[in-house]
Design a protein around this ligand. Structure first.
Ligand SMILES: Nc1ncnc2c1ncn2[C@@H]1O[C@H](COP(=O)(O)OP(=O)(O)OP(=O)(O)O)[C@@H](O)[C@H]1O
Length: 347
């Protein structure tokens, strides 16, 4: 298997850059997500990889093979890639097995080889027992697994997935996340998965490319994105948390409790560094605040089953989110300590 490298790729529609100077390298067999809000260029990037769009600038390579560069465009069928769409795009009148085997027929694979490859693809998505049904006789999740099997049957080096879970309900999406992980482990193909849902990207991907306005903002593991988001925008997009302005630290620095307290108690005009504080780093106590605490008021709270989400207002006016095991009174004063914070770049 080969690495997929994207080098300075841009795509213009008229004056507008849908993808703007994007560079990244996907390792062989890696599962990566392209994540960003609607219109940030994720689907366009995926279509550039598939060969459905021509790049305006830059190069795309799969190992030694040049797929795209100015004046060069390898057609989709020669790229060793397969794409799975949100809409499944199955043939309604064909059986599951025939749908899965369709790309093999196009490639003139026949006889025992055909049946063996269809069986193998169906077993990768655990649908052997459904081979003779039609897509109408399947659930949404099962249909999506048929679409996966159909793309795998041709042994692609790279599988491109465009919001494949968008049409499924919340519970089914969670179950399908596990199917996708199993599928990736067994298929061993490189996978590029487009989504605007950060929790889906975090659950599935080895690494995530966060995109905004056609540009790559951060390219990192889910854990790094959560713990060390590069700037204010990424911090707001990934996970929950609050941003405070403090008088110490520099972007990319982690602050401990003492540094946070010192930076928060400085005069307002010197508090210019944005700091992300995750809710799990806020300790809330109903005791009377002492000098080593911050003071806050409970503005509202939301019951989330395993805990309450508290929305607090600090004495100097900033909002702060925290978790707590039981309900407090709205309007009540609480004592807080912040165990750590992460200094962000300004947008
Ligand atoms: N064929 C096209 N012609 C003109 N503009 C286009 C075309 N395809 C995409 N765009 C524009 O390029 C930008 C990026 O679109 P793209 O579909 O890649 O975004 P996206 O991040 O996948 O969004 P979504 O999550 O809503 O699908 C948008 O502003 C879109 O309007």
């Amino acid at each position: 298997m080969a690495a997929l490298s994207i080098e300075g790729v841009s795509k213009f529609f008229g004056e507008h850059a849908a993808v703007d100077g994007l560079s990244l390298t996907v390792e062989p067999g890696e599962f990566v997500a392209l994540l960003g809000p609607s219109g940030c260029g994720k689907t366009t990037m995926l279509r550039l990889l598939a060969g459905f769009e021509e790049a305006s600038r830059g190069e795309i390579r799969l190992g030694e093979t040049l797929l795209a560069s100015p004046g060069h465009h390898l057609p989709p069928e020669q790229r060793h890639m397969a794409m799975v769409f949100q809409s499944y795009a199955l043939w309604p009148h064909m059986s599951v097995a025939d749908n899965v085997g369709y790309p093999l027929k196009l490639r003139k694979v026949r006889g025992a080889a055909y049946h063996e490859r269809v069986q193998r693809a169906l077993s990768l998505v655990a649908l052997e027992a459904y081979a003779s049904r039609t897509p109408q006789e399947l659930s949404g999740g099962q249909r999506q697994r048929v679409a996966l099997a159909r793309c795998l049957v041709v042994d692609p080096e790279v599988v491109l997935l465009d919001e494949p879970l968008a049409n499924l309900d919340r519970h089914l999406r969670a179950a399908m996340e596990q199917s996708f992980r199993d599928f990736h482990r067994r298929a061993r193909a490189t996978m590029v998965y487009v989504t605007h849902d950060q929790s889906e990207a975090m659950a599935l991907a080895d690494r995530i490319a966060v995109m905004r306005d056609g540009r790559l903002v951060q390219w990192a593991t889910p854990e790094t994105l959560y713990r060390e988001p590069r700037n204010q925008w990424v911090a707001g997009f990934i996970g929950q948390g609050s941003e405070l302005q403090i008088a110490t630290g520099a972007p990319g620095q982690r602050l401990d409790e003492a540094a946070l307290m010192q930076g928060l108690n400085a005069p307002l005009t010197s508090r210019t560094q944005p700091v992300l504080v995750r809710p799990e780093h806020v300790r809330v106590s109903a005791e009377t605040p002492t000098a080593r605490h911050l003071t806050a008021r409970v503005e509202h709270q939301t019951f989330r089953g395993e805990r309450f989400e508290l929305h607090l207002r600090l004495a100097h006016g900033a909002a702060l989110m925290a978790y707590h095991p039981h309900a407090l009174d709205v309007g009540q004063t609480v004592a807080l300590t912040l165990s750590e914070g992460w200094c962000l770049e300004r947008d």
